[in-house]
Ligand binder design. Sequence first.
Ligand code: GLN
Length: 480
Amino acid sequence: MDTIQSIKQLCDLMDTRQASSYEITSEYLARIRRIDKQLNSFVSLHEEAALRAARLADKNRACGRIKPLTGIPIGHKDVFCVKGERTSCCSRMLESFVAPYSATIVQNLEDAGAVSLGKTNMDEFAMGSSNETSIFGPARNPWNLDRVPGGSSGGSAAAVAACIAPACTGSDTGGSIRQPASFCGVTGFKPTYGVNSRFGMVAFASSLDHPGTLTRSVEDARIMFDAMSGQDLLDSTSSRAPASSNTSAATRMTLGYPTSLFSDLPFSITNALEEARKILEGQGNTIIEIDLPHFDNAVAAYYVISCAEASANLARYDGIRYGHRSMHGSTFDSLCEHSRSEGFGQEVKRRILTGTFVLSVGHYDAYYVKAQKVRRLIRDDYLRAFEKVDLILSPASPTTAFRLHALDREPTEMYKQDQFTVPVNMAGLPAMSIPCGFAEELPVGFQMIGPHFGESRLFSLGVQFQTLTDWHLKAPNVLA
Ligand code: GLN
């Protein structure tokens, strides 16, 4: 089996009986054992269960019971519950939590035939942009092991880039799928808010959390999306509107380009984006300038709203009903205090304290209410832009993968990593990061943003781009 395999190629191998799911799954498990000591992209493996599921998939195939993902091994970000397996969110707080049920998207993927390989590394509780806050240690970028893979879905992005998983799930609250996808040179996709169920995904900021995928191609993202998405009565914000994945390579689109936002980017990044823009123009798409006047306020508003929601969501970890229980503390309050002090890492504590502050009496209007107003203005900017354009193009991240520990002492510098991604979550729009070149031998991705329920446009333009380019077919040599 070649090193690089998309979901589509793996299905072809099984359809033509060149390989069974058992062989494919065994091969991926062997690659993980061989390579992942350096990468640290997986934090647990479901070896026995995966091989059992693979055997069953082979039986189903033999009887003609073939679904879109039958026998395809997939990694799950450790934020998603997989029944009977540890779901730790890479936090000491949940280090020994075994999920009693599976997240809806995990179940949907398994119902479509997927085999769960294991859980991937992430920033603690999905808070971060570098994967450095994980209790299991950072995942590494397979293009350069001294660099971060991005975060918080860093393990998923690194695993797909290094071809030790054909595809992984991820979650994106402010960029956690698109930024690592850009850093690792893979395709990262999150649909419209509410299209993928949040049930069984450990909550960070509920109004911003979007489940999604990291894959080797746009075509694979579409296959995963079709299997994962759909209304879920177990998630009260699940959407009833059907999102469509139909692609039409022939469509010519009008694309919005907010050039004024890119002035501070390094030349090597703008260069790769310019090339992508030219390729899309060459295909008959029209590019027009657009303005997003409130864009610059997005990071500040995001950190108010996401911390506020995190402080409420993480209040449940009291060491009694949920989470790590301290050996110290003789009263309810002191047990809670010790459990939370020991269970949460520094960045999570910083967010809980910030969130509690912005929600407190006397500060609520000045911070929380104001941030919600800014959120509305950002959303309105996008809606206005989508009256004129089909999709918006932008960078996915202001830098390529940075060195380990380069930003971990400077939280606000780390937060600026999210400038191109958080506004999209504030508006609940679908978006995708696609590899579009390299800068100093590190991958660069560009971002496409769609209107609400405009997933099919993203898939169409993405497939168009990947038919004309081969950036998505590249894999790092170091680990081959
Ligand atoms: N990096 C952002 C943060 O730290 C986004 C995280 C995410 O999308 N889960 O909040």
